[in-house]
Structures are given as C-alpha cells and as structure tokens.
Design a protein around this ligand. Structure first.
Ligand code: TPP
Ligand code: SF4
Ligand code: MG
Length: 307
C-alpha cells in the first residue's frame, strides 16, 4: 500500500478534525472505513460527495483530504462525477493535462443518497458506463440530520422517525448494483481491514462503474459505546448479518464465510436501537424472524456453492 493519503486523525491539529467548528462523532465506523479506503486510493482522487456526515470532513479551508472534494446536492453525486470525468477526459484529449495528472473519480455518500435519493442518478451513470467508483458508507439512516429511517434501515431498528422500530426491511443495494452488471461491486467493513484493502485495490485498478459498500457502525445513531465500533463491526460479519462479498467477472463470491455463525442476537443486543427486542419483554417471535432471514440467506449461498 502506498504512503497514507489521509493522515491519521491523531496526527492532525484539532482544527482539521473539526472542520472549522463542526465535529464528527468519536468511534465513527464510517470514518474508520473511509480512512482505510483513502489509504488505498491515494491523493490523486476527486471525491464527489452528497450531503451527509462525511461532508463535515471538508468544510473550507479545513480538510484532512490531500486530493479534491466536490460537494453536490444529495441526489446528484453520480451526475457530478460524470461532469468531473468529462472535464478530465477533455483536458487529456486536448493535451492540456499530462496523463500522469489524471484523477480517480469517486462518489462518496451515505446510504440515504446511495439507496434512495441518488439511485436514479446512479442508475443513469451505470447505464452510461461512467468510469467511477461509488463508495457508500452505510450507517443505516439519515445520520447527519438525527438518524431518521432511510431505505437502508434494518427491520425493527428504532430511529428518530420509527420510535417503535422500523416495520420495513433493509433494501439490498448490492443486488441492485449487480442487476445493473457493473464492472465491480463489493461489501466491506472497517473492522475487516485486510478484506477491505484487497477489494479496494481491485476496485481501484478496474475501469467503469464500481461499487464499494461499507457497513458503518454508528455509535450515535445505533446507540453503543464508541469504544465498541470494531467489535460491533466484527459481530455484523460473524453473525452473518453483513455478508462480505464481491461481484467480479460476472459472479458473486463471498470473501469471509463464518462457520459456525454466531446468533444474530449477539449483534443486536449491544445496540440501543434494538433494546426493545429484549426489554421489558423479550420479543422472541421478532428475534426468530430476524434469525430466520439471515439463515435463509446463507442457506441459499451454501446451496449455490454446492452447485
Ligand atoms: C434534497 C435534500 N434533502 C434533505 C437534505 C438534508 N440532509 C442533509 S444530510 C442528510 C442525511 C443524509 O443521509 P445519508 O445519505 O445516509 O448520510 P449520513 O448523514 O447518514 O452520513 C439529509 C437528509 C438535503 N441536504 N438535501
Ligand atoms: S452520526 Fe454516525 S455516521 Fe455520522 S459522524 Fe456520527 S458516528 Fe459517524
Ligand atoms: Mg446514513
């Protein structure tokens, strides 16, 4: 891996961290993933960002990024990426910029934009074969505005808009991307850094539409101690709630398969957003239904693996 393009937060003066007055939360799992992703991508990157928590990383003139950062409207980041890519291609074609100064175009958004508001612009960008990487940090809600329900919110999670728990189920963004036949798509998590780095290196070196979808444990929105971010992330993988996989060369491969899997309860119990499933009365039927959905997913995977 090349020299870190994103300096360790602890190396930076606090003004760089706070974006001129607005702070990010301690233990942010999205930031953990984005830092690792930037380590692989390097400074020759333009981030095209839609409003969300990561926007706070770049409030002029303070930023930990060494490359470029463009802020767009929430639904428009992939369209912004098209404009940036076109401008770079024009400069290259007219020989007004040497090839070695070319930049990678990376969309960086939360789940609210990736699963919802920006999905139409994403679909158009994939259809046009845009050469871009879409990085989504998925904290399963509209985090920046107080954790309202988003299309990525998991079933039964309490949010600012679903006080009794979300009745719907989490949308499958990975499957939506795969249905669009992109060049590459992968799920990652900051708590599995080697798996993340390997996938990012692959995504970095391919061309065309690519997705990297990072589950982003969010102490503030999910309700757990910021010291537990990595452990919550590991539990998401060990319970099978967050399958680590990639779509490459036309097929899906699971990159970390845990056998035996832990019960999903191990992941749910430490999070305040699921506390009503355990107290004052244990919601056994709801817990069984969540477990059954995860088991059904993995049963299908195992059946496919057996051929
Ligand atoms: C069209 C539009 N609607 C609403 C907002 C207000 N807004 C700013 S950030 C945000 C939350 C975005 O959620 P997500 O994409 O999941 O990112 P997160 O905040 O969780 O990092 C919202 C609703 C906006 N900027 N633009
Ligand atoms: S609300 Fe969640 S995703 Fe946003 S900065 Fe805080 S911990 Fe990170
Ligand atoms: Mg979000």
């Amino acid at each position: 891996m090349s020299e870190s393009a994103f300096r360790r937060m602890s190396d930076l003066p606090s003004t760089h961290l706070l974006g001129g007055g607005t702070a990010m939360c301690a233990g942010c799992g999205g930031l953990q993933a984005v830092q690792q992703i930037y380590d692989v991508l390097g400074a020759k990157t333009v981030f095209v960002n839609a409003a969300g928590c990561m926007t706070l990383l770049s409030i002029y003139p303070f930023t930990p990024f060494r490359g470029s950062f463009l802020y767009t409207a929430m639904a428009s980041a992939p369209a912004g990426a098209q404009g940036v890519r076109d401008a770079l291609d024009l400069l290259l074609r007219k020989q007004r910029m040497p090839a070695e100064e070319d930049l990678r175009v990376v969309v960086l958004t939360g789940d609210g934009a990736a699963y919802g508001m920006g999905l139409s612009a994403t679909s158009g960008a994939i259809d046009r074969g845009l050469d871009f990487l879409y990085v989504c940090y998925d904290n399963e809600g509209y985090g920046n505005t107080g954790q309202q329900t988003s299309p990525a919110t998991p079933h039964a999670a309490r949010t600012a808009t679903d006080a009794a728990g979300y009745a719907g189920t989490k949308k499958d963004l990975f499957a939506i991307w795969v249905a669009n036949r992109p060049e590459y798509a992968a799920t990652v998590i900051g708590a599995e850094p080697l798996d993340l780095a390997r996938k990012l290196e692959k995504a970095r070196d391919l061309r065309g539409p690519r997705l990297v979808l990072a589950l982003a444990p969010c102490p503030t929105g999910w309700g757990f101690d910021p010291r537990e971010t990595a452990e919550i992330g590991r539990l998401a993988v060990r319970t099978g709630i967050w399958p680590l996989k990639e779509f490459v060369d036309g097929r899906i491969v699971h990159t970390r398969v845990r056998r035996p899997r832990l019960a999903v309860e191990e992941y749910l119990r430490p999070q305040e957003r699921f506390a009503h499933l355990f107290e004052p009365v244990r919601q056994q039927a709801e817990l069984d239904a969540i477990q059954a959905r995860v088991d059904a997913y993995w049963a299908e995977v195992e059946q496919e693996e057996r051929g």
